[in-house]
Design a protein around this ligand. Structure first.
Ligand code: ADE
Length: 234
């Protein structure tokens, strides 16, 4: 997969995209990620990318020209057709189902805005897939783009090891994850459940399933009502 990110702050992405699982996936060639500065495509002599909203109101609005021109230039950098995404609180809610769908795309082009918003003609002209990471407002789409990339890249073939993949399966059944323990057996008067120490793998699987179900019932009963489809499909 190829991922292009269009942003006014490419420097905030680099450390995140170079670390941990995403960094490893890039080094292994499982994903190519490139960040591009929208400002580099501004035709304004002062590299301006935003202006005050028509009709008045607070804040600044991202202008059409730098966004349209940066999208066109970046799309020309590779022959693969890009699935265009704009990160915005008014978009479709990001779920594991949507993440799975996106993980099958050959190429994602993510547009992360800042300021008060985008000129509406950016949506009308580019027809992007508008995606929100939740019902709250961030100061920009950068953190949302990082969330999306993280969730997608870990699903790409070969990115997670065999152990992680098994773990993934246990999450994909639509339940919250079961509680985990590691050494020591006792810590501050809290002990590890006996069943996890006895080595009976059938019993351990049974305990984990029951514990996951109990946690899901308590914390996210909505997942059970939906039959876990948010997690399973895709
Ligand atoms: N930009 C600002 N808030 C956002 C959100 N909740 N999701 C995606 N992009 C955003």
């Amino acid at each position: 997969m190829r991922i292009d990110v269009l942003t006014l702050f490419p420097e905030v992405f680099e450390p995140f995209f170079s670390s941990s699982i995403i960094g490893r996936a890039r080094s292994a060639g499982q994903v190519v990620i490139d960040c591009h500065n929208i400002r580099d495509y501004s035709s304004d002599p002062h590299r301006k990318v935003d202006d005050r909203p028509y009709g008045g109101g607070p804040g600044m609005v991202l202008q059409c020209q730098p966004v349209f021109d940066s999208v066109a230039a970046v799309e020309r950098m590779s022959a693969a057709p890009a699935h265009r995404v704009v990160l915005t609180p008014r978009g479709e809610r990001l779920t594991e189902v949507l993440v799975r769908r996106l993980s099958h795309e050959p190429r994602l082009l993510l547009i992360a805005g800042h300021y008060e918003g985008f000129d509406e003609r950016i949506f009308l002209g580019l027809r992007p897939h508008e995606i929100s990471i939740g019902d709250f407002v961030l100061s920009g789409g950068e953190a949302a783009a990082m969330v999306l990339v993280d969730a997608v890249v870990r699903l790409l073939p070969g990115v997670l090891g065999a152990d992680d993949a098994l773990h993934e399966e246990s999450f994909a059944d639509g339940l919250l994850e079961y509680p985990q323990y590691t050494r020591p057996r006792e810590y501050a008067d809290m002990s590890v459940p006996d069943v996890l120490l006895a080595g009976d793998h059938g019993k351990i699987a049974e305990w984990r399933r029951a514990a996951a179900l109990e946690l899901t019932k308590k914390r996210r009963p909505d997942l059970l009502e939906r039959g876990g489809t948010e997690m399973v499909a895709g």
